[in-house]
Design a protein around this ligand. Structure first.
Ligand code: PRP
Ligand code: URA
Length: 170
């Protein structure tokens, strides 16, 4: 693992501004943040607090709808928690990284198992390109290109600050 000169806290500040803009057109009561487990859930939790949004953010797991379920299986921590009705809601999905778009596809399927949202939008910290599906975030705090074997991993330090590490994929 190596450290990447990508300031995750500075990107978080950009994401906060981007999400605030995305939420403005919708009636805030009808909008809800849903973080993709796990990195996106950490981000959604902090965004929700920083934006002083009402209620609790949702957490969504891609596990049950993944096209690579047979290889990945399900961790005990992988559980969707949506503490509000999905019907008619403007859902803003939050994720740390988008790459192929396969995780986003899986969580959209998961979301529709719970109801019929009015709209679904995606905001991410980093778009690393390499899409394999026609899925694009409405907001990305950074766009960069990485060689395929490398993986960008979001982490939190003891003080809850975000950091990024670059890992060589197994
Ligand atoms: O666009 P994709 O190619 O699907 O990749 C993006 C996904 O990969 C990572 O999740 P991962 O499944 O590694 O779990 P994690 O968030 O717990 O690290 C990341 O958090 C995104 O959800
Ligand atoms: O670089 C990558 C690719 C997919 N998922 C990640 O979290 N990082």
């Amino acid at each position: 693992m190596s450290t990447l000169s990508l300031d995750a806290e500075a990107l978080y500040a950009e994401l906060l501004r981007g999400v605030a803009r995305l939420l403005r057109p919708a009636n805030t009561e009808q909008a809800a943040l849903v973080g993709v487990w796990s990195g996106g859930a950490w981000l959604a939790e902090r965004l929700h607090a920083d934006l002083r949004l009402p209620g609790t953010p949702g957490v969504i797991s891609s596990a049950l709808h993944r096209d690579d379920f047979n290889e990945r299986g399900m961790a005990t921590s992988d559980a969707t928690k949506l503490p509000f009705a999905i019907d008619g809601r403007h859902i803003l999905l939050i994720d740390d990284v988008i790459y192929t778009g396969r995780t986003t596809r899986a969580v959209i399927n998961e979301l529709f198992d719970f109801g019929r949202p009015a709209s679904v939008t995606l905001a991410v910290l980093v778009d690393r390109g390499g899409r394999e599906l026609p899925i694009e975030p409405a907001f990305a705090a950074a766009k960069l290109t990485l060689p395929a074997p490398q993986r960008l991993a979001l982490a939190r330090d003891a003080a809850g600050r975000f950091t990024f590490a670059l890992e060589d994929a197994a």
